[in-house]
Ligand binder design. Sequence first.
Ligand SMILES: [Zn+2]
Length: 319
Amino acid sequence: MFNAVIRRKLSSASNGALTILQYHKVPLCAPEYIEGEVLASDFSWGLEQFKEWFNFLPLDEAIHRLKIHDLPPRSAVLSFDDGYADWFDHVVPALLEHKVPATFFVTSAQLNCSKPFWHERVAVALAKRGVDRLPQEFNFATSAGGAEIGLAQTIIAVQNHLKYLPLAEREAAIAVLEADLPLSGDYRPFRSADLIRLRDAGFQIGGHSRHHPILTSCDATQAKDEIGGCKEELEGILREPVTAFAYPNGRPDCDFNASHVALVEAVGYRHAVTTAPGVSRSDTDPFQLPRFTPWARSSWRSALQFLRNMRVSPKMVKV
Ligand SMILES: [Zn+2]
């Protein structure tokens, strides 16, 4: 009864629009200093609930059917960003069990890498040091409005600061944070073989840049290498065309601009997703498809979030 009511409401609110959901690592558990991570238990609950409300389609098929006005009611696409070995712990088995398609957007230079993603290295280094033992240049991140803040907030502040630095500067700053700290031995890289395993299980692989820079912090040559080089690297492994791209960090104007939208099309991708909230309609720019992450942990709240997201007019860069 409840699900039937929600389906009716979603059908009328979406009115032929496509909802694309965005997730990241979805680990089995996370340390207490990581805030806001969607855990495997949250994802499982969401998948079972959302399956009652939406028709999940592969991204390519959904975009094609959106354009020809043939999208089933309450259509949705699942997507995951970055590239984590953790995906095989829970996400992949759950998707296979429920027969739900998904697209995995992968940062190609991170494949087979012996170190975790830069933002995870920052979190681990800060947790090991503690906020009172930070190198001086990071003192800006230990207080907000004059008040001291805890480890979780300090991690977010440092990550937000480093995120917008050019790649070489970001790496140098992380090296300062990691100096003299013992290396963790428990990192599991996401490997080329994992990419093939995902594809062979029926999932779509998309590009997510080579090194996950903020594209607006890159010069034109570097941006082309990040967008086109990622496609080439992934296609070299998969031996098939990679048609979809996810802008790193994904906020229109702030993290990418019109030149990057043009580049994504020029190097041969067929569509791209952002992190602007909202839903896609038949006239939405296929290179700026909005995405949304439901974070509520109750059915009513999730339903309200989906309904609200359907009323959002997605932010786009002018092309
Ligand atoms: Zn990402």
